[in-house]
Design a protein around this ligand. Structure first.
Ligand SMILES: Cc1ncc(COP(=O)(O)O)c(C=O)c1O
Length: 472
């Protein structure tokens, strides 16, 4: 049985029964109320909408007369199969189909950034943790939870950050959030758009730029050098907060070297500023030694660290976390003392158990191998199909890389042509503050969500978009 909530306006000259009838007919034609749906009884709907039974009865009678619904024994009114326009009396014979919008048609090979491997998700273990979390004492389970997040989960994050990212922090500094946009939104409220000025790498994550802009912050783009943020340029600008992705720059993929990290920390200390470190995918590093987070060097409490479970586990649980510098804790607590924790208690408890039992580390170890193979397959496929006609950058970590085909100058045209072949590839231009000034036409290829076979096939088909003579 469904609930219906039409907007009925008694001040209109159209009778209420007709408004209700029109509403239901439209919803059925648009596929929102489907064939076989049992409608509320006349009495229930009249009570729910505070209208008379006669009104509902008249609307239903009209729908019955036109063949949209039928009164069935012991079931009440049930939506029928009908033809477009006029139901059973219809003049049109075409059965109504709820066709998906064209952009919902799935590509065959989707190199989308942000997709992860779902075939290796540890379903069984996660389900067991969810079940066990359900057994927590009810007074812990069925309430809003601690404002900064479940204490056990925060303790697990402290342990994890120390082991995996070299960060020393306390549980009191950790705040659980529902994704980086929500979390950055809190930071925007912690600072002031009137007095604080934010610097960002150019190019950088457009999703975060949108959060700052929506909170009316002025943003200063800082250019990138081969080894990341141009610190000299930052020092010359008047910004007092900088958002960076030092362990795997998004989108170009470079790692900020130790010398620049130290300069950045000094900059923040000198101007009494802050650094927002977005450490979104550093767990997946395929070459060289693991690099500790910038926060690991932060002896002066200047770095606000943000991490996420979206890449290492799944974005579906919507859990990220932030480590606040001690100097910001009091202001943060005062400001948000009446904000409730946005992540579901049960999910936090399940995640805490998942981490406590060592499943997260195991899963990351496994996925590092899985993604390393995918990355290798992608690099090999590009090399095999394009040789020197493709230039790859940013491939040492994460779940994406950038590629440039010197023969392609019109990236959006190329992306369109690929789409017609069932391959989704993405221009990286949107990451630049002014996409028209992106220096080189890069294409971003995410490989996390594709199988090795799909990667190879997708790249092979891309090769088919070029004439043989153009390339070789
Ligand atoms: C640069 C960057 N930061 C953070 C995130 C994680 O965001 P969330 O935790 O909302 O999934 C992503 C996800 O794609 C990202 O690209």
């Amino acid at each position: 049985m469904i609930e219906l909530t039409p907007h009925l306006d008694a001040t209109k000259r159209i009778p209420l029964y007709e408004q209700l009838y029109e509403y239901m007919k439209r919803e059925m034609l648009q596929g929102h109320i489907r064939k076989g749906t049992r409608l509320p009884s006349i009495r229930a709907l009249s009570r729910h909408l505070s209208i008379s039974r006669n009104t509902v009865e008249a609307a239903y009678a009209q729908l019955v007369a036109e063949g949209y619904i039928e009164s069935m024994p012991r079931q009440g009114f049930v939506v029928q199969e009908f033809t477009e326009e006029c139901g059973a009396n219809g003049s049109l014979q075409k059965t109504y189909e709820h066709s998906p919008p064209t952009d919902a048609i799935k590509p065959i090979y989707d190199f989308r950034y942000g997709n992860i491997d779902i075939t290796h998700f540890p379903h069984k273990v996660w389900r067991a943790c969810m079940n066990e979390a359900m057994d927590a004492p009810l007074d812990e389970l069925l309430w809003y939870g601690e404002r900064q997040g479940d204490r056990k989960l925060r303790q697990e994050i402290v342990r994890y950050l120390f082991q995996a990212r070299g960060i020393h922090c306390s549980c009191e500094q950790v705040v659980i959030g529902a994704g980086i946009h929500q979390m950055t939104g809190l930071l925007c409220q912690l600072f002031s758009s009137e007095t604080d000025l934010i610097a960002m790498e150019n190019p950088s994550y457009d999703g975060i730029r949108a959060v700052f802009t929506n909170h009316r912050y002025r943003i200063v783009p800082i250019s990138l050098e081969k080894d990341g943020l141009n610190i000299t340029e930052l020092e010359q600008r008047e910004a007092n907060i900088v958002y960076v992705t030092p362990s795997h720059q998004l989108p170009l993929g470079m790692v900020l070297p130790i010398g620049k990290r130290q300069r950045l920390l000094k900059w923040a200390e000198k101007i009494d500023g802050f650094i927002i470190e977005d450490d979104y995918d550093s767990e997946f590093r395929y070459e060289g030694k693991p690099i500790p987070a910038l926060k690991a060097l932060d002896t002066q409490e200047r770095v606000i660290y943000i991490g996420t479970f979206s890449k290492v586990l799944t974005p579906a649980i919507r859990v990220c976390y932030m480590v606040l510098p001690v100097r910001l804790l009091e202001t943060f607590r005062k400001k948000f003392s009446c904000y409730n924790q946005p992540v579901a208690t049960i999910v936090q408890k399940a995640l805490a158990l998942f981490m406590e039992r060592g499943h997260l580390e195991r899963h990351i170890r496994k996925m590092r191998n899985v993604y390393a193979k995918k990355r290798q397959a992608l690099i090999a496929a590009i090399d095999e199909n394009f040789g020197p006609n493709a230039i790859i950058i940013g491939e040492k970590a994460g779940l994406h890389l950038l590629v440039r085909f010197p023969h392609v100058t019109d990236v959006s045209g190329f992306v369109e042509r690929a789409k017609h072949e069932g391959i989704s590839i993405y221009s990286a231009a949107k990451y630049w503050f002014d996409p028209t000034t992106s220096p080189l036409p890069y294409i971003l290829l995410g490989f996390g969500g594709m199988s090795e076979h799909e990667i190879k096939e997708g790249v092979r088909l891309l090769r088919g978009l070029f004439d043989a003579e153009t390339l070789f």
